[in-house]
Design a protein around this ligand. Structure first.
Ligand SMILES: O=C(O)CCC(=O)C(=O)O
Ligand SMILES: [Fe+2]
Length: 139
């Protein structure tokens, strides 16, 4: 569960920085406050909050597995100046030794295990301060 406390300077502070999820699929529930945004055609759009609905996000592994047919969506959370917000995310991941490989040719990405992917993400975050993600595994 994610808790986003009210923030007096919402234009300067993100609840969650722009990112893609390093999993296969994410099932997300947000409360009625709102704040989740995603990129479409290079622009940020707010996802209308609906506590009755679940949001399904495609993750990096789904993108690699589908050979870029499906895209891992860039998303972020903006803060609210007055109201606290909660969301719940379930990250659907394979086991660490699962090899991610597309059945399409030519393949956009080298095959990699989920463990290798997570280790690379962690290493890049430590080295560069941010995730590089799938571009690391381009053929
Ligand atoms: O709080 C949200 O709506 C998004 C959470 C999220 O993107 C994440 O936990 O990866
Ligand atoms: Fe996320």
């Amino acid at each position: 569960m994610n808790r986003y406390p009210p923030c007096p300077i919402p234009s300067e502070v993100f609840g969650l920085m722009p990112h893609t999820d390093s999993d296969f699929l994410t099932i997300l529930h947000q409360d009625e406050v709102g704040g989740l945004q995603l990129v479409k055609d290079g622009k940020w759009f707010a996802v209308k909050p609906n506590p009755e609905a679940l949001i399904i996000n495609i993750g990096d592994l789904f993108q690699a597995w589908s050979n870029d047919i499906y895209k891992s969506v860039h998303h972020r959370v903006v803060t609210n100046p007055r109201v606290e917000r909660f969301s719940t995310a379930y990250f659907f991941c394979p086991s660490y030794d699962t090899v991610i490989q597309s059945c399409y040719e030519p393949s956009v990405y080298k095959k990699f295990s989920f463990k290798e992917y997570r280790q690379q993400v962690q290493e890049d975050v430590q080295k560069f301060g941010h995730k590089i993600g799938l571009p690391r595994f381009l053929v």
